[in-house]
Each structure stands twice: as structure tokens, then as C-alpha cells.
Ligand binder design. Structure first.
Ligand code: HEC
Length: 96
């Protein structure tokens, strides 16, 4: 019984993270947090001699971050992210 519940919760969480089409159902900050952990954290948290730390990214606007991910220096690392994904991670980073 217990095991089945845990299993279906895990399946649900996986479905929410894995299916971009259902992204709207997940709060952008939750989705953005998952993307940050997976795609950005290794360089930006805590940051390194080239990559600005997360606290510096947080001072930018959503549009600036989306632009960096689309046409700016981060376009190569953001490859494969949808426009919604980019906005979600930017919203997550700039959320107060
Ligand atoms: C492989 C390491 C690496 C990864 C992964 C990475 N970044 Fe960066 N990021 C950098 C470096 C290095 C810079 C500084 C680039 C420069 O100044 O030319 C930077 C700069 C930025 C900037 C500032 C751009 C500007 O115009 O000043 C933003 C915003 C940013 N990253 C967001 C992200 C987000 C969001 C992700 C995840 C989708 C991400 N980065 C993943 C290394 C990385």
C-alpha cells in the first residue's frame, strides 16, 4: 500500500517535470528551480571566476535573463530549453 502511494507520487512528479506540454500546470518558480538545478547550478551557484553567482543573476530582469539564454552568452548552454523553460528559470532566479 505505502509503496504504491510513493511510487505514484514519484511518477506524478516525474510526469510534471518531464512533460513540457503540461508545464503550465506547474508553478513557473518550481519548474524554473528544477531547470536551474539541472542546467545552471554547476556554474552559477556559487559561481566561479567567470560565471556570475546566482545573487548577481537575481539582480537582472526576467527579460535580460531570457535574452542571455536566447541570443546572449548563455544561448549554447540553454540549447534545448523552450521559451517557456527560459522564462520559468528567469522567473525563478528573479523571484524575491
Ligand atoms: C558551463 C557553465 C555555465 C552554465 C551551465 C550556465 N552558465 Fe550562465 N554564465 C556562465 C559564464 C561563464 C557567464 C559569463 C559570460 C560572459 O560574461 O561572457 C555566464 C553569464 C550568465 C548570465 C549573464 C549574461 C549577461 O548578459 O551578462 C546569465 C543571465 C546567465 N549566465 C544565466 C544562466 C542560466 C539561466 C543558466 C541555465 C540555463 C546558465 N547561465 C548556465 C557560465 C554558465
Amino acid at each position: 500500500m505505502r509503496l504504491r502511494t510513493v511510487g505514484s507520487l514519484a511518477a506524478l512528479a516525474f510526469a510534471m517535470l518531464a512533460a513540457p506540454a503540461s508545464g503550465e500546470a506547474v508553478a513557473p518558480t518550481v519548474r524554473g528551480g528544477a531547470i536551474f538545478a539541472e542546467r545552471c547550478k554547476e556554474c552559477h551557484d556559487p559561481g566561479d571566476d567567470r560565471a556570475p553567482p546566482r545573487a548577481v543573476l537575481a539582480t537582472k530582469t526576467v527579460d535580460e535573463i531570457v535574452a542571455a539564454l536566447t541570443t546572449g552568452p548563455m544561448a549554447p548552454v540553454a540549447e534545448g530549453l523552450t521559451p517557456d523553460d527560459k522564462r520559468a528559470v528567469a522567473t525563478y532566479l528573479t523571484a524575491k
